[in-house]
Design a protein around this ligand. Structure first.
Ligand SMILES: Nc1ncnc2c1ncn2[C@@H]1O[C@H](COP(=O)(O)OP(=O)(O)O)[C@@H](O)[C@H]1O
Ligand SMILES: [Mg+2]
Length: 275
């Protein structure tokens, strides 16, 4: 069975090599992400409607909500894949609302997708290489041959850190579902991410793979922020410091996991519709 354990260990090892406490304190100051009244309309539909929330530097954050609540659309607004039609987005104090997606990536923003966007006919190594190159140049470009060595080294480093070396030459199409999700997270770790958006990374995983995913998310470096979209409340509540529940494109409630779990309106609207 595919397992995320090797990746978790690799990320732990990476975390041990991270900046000292003093530098960490600096990295941990301020807000990683601030959304002010972010709106995304598709015609008459306001898929995301005046959403405001703040993710502190280093904070682990979850967005919950039933299907169609606007969670993925919110990620698309943050990354610029579908820019907001209203509101402002600040990333580490800088207004990125108008920036194209590749500029946001260059600033340390990463995401994974709900449905896999891996290159299925390429190998694990080739996929990671593309991630490294995309990060290195801000777009998928092979112009500067002089950089190829550094990219190859970075790819190898990522393979080893994620312990995917033994399947480096395997085509993605041949991987188990859990291995594909592992590779996706590995790709999101390329470069120096400061905030990663995970769109339902546990979808389709077995119970054992889910436990590994939880452990992996808990092992990410202290200074690295993430926002996790997750249907399974039990998973989300175990790995985050703060939760926003969305409903019909709007923020229903924001609070600590404990506050969210005991909120009667959340229970009525969200948990009541879970099954
Ligand atoms: N590209 C799009 N064009 C039109 N409507 C969209 C588009 N993307 C999402 N929507 C609509 O926005 C709403 C929220 O969708 P989504 O953000 O995918 O929800 P969630 O991720 O919470 O399940 C849905 O009604 C969906 O049909
Ligand atoms: Mg979604």
């Amino acid at each position: 069975m595919a397992t995320l354990a090797p990746l978790r260990n690799a990320v732990r090892a990476q975390a041990r090599g991270q900046p000292r406490a003093g530098a960490d304190a600096q990295l941990l100051s301020g807000d990683a992400l601030r959304l002010d009244g972010v709106t995304r309309a598709f015609g008459a539909l306001r898929a995301v409607d005046e959403v405001s929330l703040t993710v502190a530097a280093g904070q682990k954050y979850a967005i919950l909500g039933s299907n169609g609540a606007g969670k993925t659309t919110l990620f698309n607004a943050i990354t610029g894949d579908f820019p907001p039609t209203g509101g402002r987005i600040h990333f580490f104090g800088e207004d990125i609302t108008e920036l194209p997606p590749h500029e946001r990536i260059r600033k340390g923003l990463r995401r994974t997708y709900q449905s896999s966007l891996l290159f299925r006919e390429l190998s694990v190594r080739e996929n990671l290489f593309l991630a490294v190159r995309g990060v290195a140049s801000g777009r998928f470009s092979f112009r500067r041959a002089g950089d190829a060595h550094a990219s190859t080294r970075a790819t190898q480093d990522l393979l080893e850190r994620t312990r995917l070396t033994h399947i480096a030459h395997e085509l993605v199409a041949n991987l188990a579902h859990g291995q594909q999700r592992q590779l996706e997270i590995g790709m999101a770790l390329a470069g120096a991410p400061r905030l990663i958006l995970f769109d339902e990374p546990a979808a389709g995983l077995s119970p054992a793979e889910r436990r590994e995913l939880v452990a992996l998310l808990r092992s990410l470096p202290a200074h690295m922020s993430f926002v996790l979209i997750e249907h399974d409340l039990d998973i989300a509540l175990r790995v985050v410091d703060k939760v926003t529940v969305m409903h019909n494109g709007r923020v229903l409630r924001t609070g600590t996991p404990q506050e969210i779990e005991s909120d009667t309106q959340v229970q009525a609207i969200y948990m009541g519709s879970r099954h």
